[in-house]
Write a protein that binds this ligand. Sequence first.
Ligand SMILES: Cc1cc2nc3c(=O)[nH]c(=O)nc-3n(C[C@H](O)[C@H](O)[C@H](O)COP(=O)(O)OP(=O)(O)OC[C@H]3O[C@@H](n4cnc5c(N)ncnc54)[C@H](O)[C@@H]3O)c2cc1C
Length: 460
Amino acid sequence: MTRHISIIGGGFHGICCAYLLAKKGYKVSLIDTGKTIGGVMASLEHGDYIYDLGCHLFDNSYKKLSDLLKELLSDKFVPHKTVYASIVNGIKSENTEAPNLTNLGPARSATILYELIERILSKADAPITSLADLVEANFGSSAAKALNEIYHKKTRGSFDALSSTIFNTILPSRLYFLEDDMARFLKKHPELDEKIAVESMKSPLDFYGDRVDLSKNDYRQFYPAARGMRGFCEQAEKKLEEFGVKIYKSTFCQEIKHSDKGCHLSLRDKGNQKTWQLDSDMTFWAGDVSKLAQILDYSDDLTAYNHPVAFAVFYFNLPEDQIGKHSYIHNFDKDDLISRASAPSKYGAAVAPDGMGYICAELTTHVGSDVWENTEQKTAAVWQELIDMEYVKSTTKMPEPFILKTPAGYMLKKKGYKKALNKFKLFAKEYPNITFPENGAFSRAGIFSDVENIINALEN
Ligand SMILES: Cc1cc2nc3c(=O)[nH]c(=O)nc-3n(C[C@H](O)[C@H](O)[C@H](O)COP(=O)(O)OP(=O)(O)OC[C@H]3O[C@@H](n4cnc5c(N)ncnc54)[C@H](O)[C@@H]3O)c2cc1C
């Protein structure tokens, strides 16, 4: 008999899982509390503009994931040759999105290299209780100190107080702290190769390694052909329905009862507030795990480990030819407001009226901060930073921005989360018909791998 899987949460986790399961012939119900599916990927429709919620692009670095995304898009995508930069110590470094630590001076780079080699040789296994421990174990103490300062703008918390589980969410796996020639020389050593970054865009092949056939796919990233990331969500919805997935939008899952036979869901329609029930053989929880813990009446409050990073996002509509060349720029300088600026109208067509485009400036902050309380008053300063970044010319007239604020632009985890999550995983074994992404991946590549693991476990 066909097994019925209910999926709670229609973000990328839920979409991915629903599609792969439906393709394998499962009966699938996808439930989301939002008006559209897509979660953080669903852009905002504002007049004639489609505003992405921050900077989103599809990476073309894992063939299986690229194939899946292109299928979900019914091949309606445009390749994008990314142009990016990052700013550290007021210096803009082209061709890298990671912070360029060479901007901190050669003495700092020399110490980092010495400590990195020491780390590799010592092979000591120090206990990891926080993000600070993990970063130090990976890169040594000088690099950890520098990164802690540099990333404070994005984390809004100290590495000491944050969970090691967010390493991949926030930090690059390799450090960019040496000039290219020296870096390439050292990278001949396999263990140093794992830790040292080079400017990837000078030669995309350096970035891709052997994961993608670049002779056929000569682009680093791609993007929906129309309507931005919202276009992806809309195409994905169509595709899911084509494969028989039943989608329930504006529907909140408030309770899951579990038995040997399956799961009994209590769902609330957000339109008429009526509650209704749905039975399935198995439930995949594709939302925040701490909320699942609450629904299952778990004794510990996992939400206490949440560390939300608030966002204030400024959207400026401009003629396309007045927007600078970069796809996006990361700014790590703590005295500047903008954390990342992007120009999604450069990626694909049809996110703005003809000849027009928009710049999106993301400010990371916390609720109650000066930026949070007085956001509109920061407009002129934000615009000046866009001029300094060369995203716009000083002669360009500043348009009135549209400003969006969210108290949790992304959710990091506090120190202690890993231990608490492992305890919850033991508890959750009593509910074998409820499954959830145990690794809590952030990037789409990580999410895809989470989902593949879940489906493999289901099949075996
Ligand atoms: C600004 C920003 C930019 C990013 N850019 C990139 C990028 O360029 N590349 C990349 O790889 N990754 C990027 N990411 C990361 C990646 O896009 C996200 O981590 C991913 O989309 C999250 O998907 P998700 O399904 O885990 O969560 P979400 O998108 O948060 O989806 C969860 C869904 O569950 C629903 N839900 C929750 N509780 C319930 C309930 N009780 N009942 C019903 N529904 C419920 C919510 O409505 C939501 O739609 C970015 C993230 C952000 C925030």
